[in-house]
Design a protein around this ligand. Sequence first.
Ligand code: DC
Length: 239
Amino acid sequence: MRKITIAIDGYSSCGKSTLAKALAAKLGYNYVDSGAMYRVVTLYCLRQGIIKDAVFMREEVVKALDRIALSFQYNASTKASDTYLNGENVEKEIRQMEVSKNVSHISVLKEVREMMASIQREMGKDKGVVMDGRDIGTNIFPDAELKVFMTADTDIRTRRRMDELTAKGNTVTFEEVKKNLLSRDYEDSHRTENPLRKADDAVVLDNSDLSREEQLDFVLKLVYDLKLLDQEVKDPKAV
Ligand code: DC
């Protein structure tokens, strides 16, 4: 089966990365977490005092981009890639609430998006990739063979995110997490540059009541359906 590009977009904490990782593992594809990249830039700006409580000077952030080297390295114990900022493993730090509270403000900036987009397109240029984010199917890979748009009930998403944060030792309240999710959804959907929206050709997956296995089966079926389609229409002129 030829390698394809799979774009998974959707609202915050819908389980995009869980599904994307499982799918990539099943297909032997690379998984790319595009949100982690925006989180790295945000973490750098927080550490440098360039952004504080969502207040920042655009020029300072743009200047900082030249000082940020982003990379991913496979971690055999978690069987997933960790995110690195200038050679430092920041996988844990980028998931903290402080980063989540500021990331949507940084990700509206055109210059930031352009830098992330060029890294993302380079990472996916050979296909065989599952990338999740907000603009993968609409902007990064508009020609992706398979696009999934994920959504789920807000309270369910909040509970899942809370469980994740609590498991990592963070103390957060349900209301704090819910407020952050809703405000990120709003910011992500209403920004001028590449807002979050469903691509016209994306398949909607509402996973409110679906187990991880059911979600994986749902998408795998879409992938295998594509394979059949490829064989049928491989060379329509030859028929
Ligand atoms: O997927 P995530 O929650 O880790 O993403 C963090 C933020 O990054 C999200 O609130 C919006 C931004 N983002 C984006 O603008 N475009 C993407 N392709 C991925 C993430």
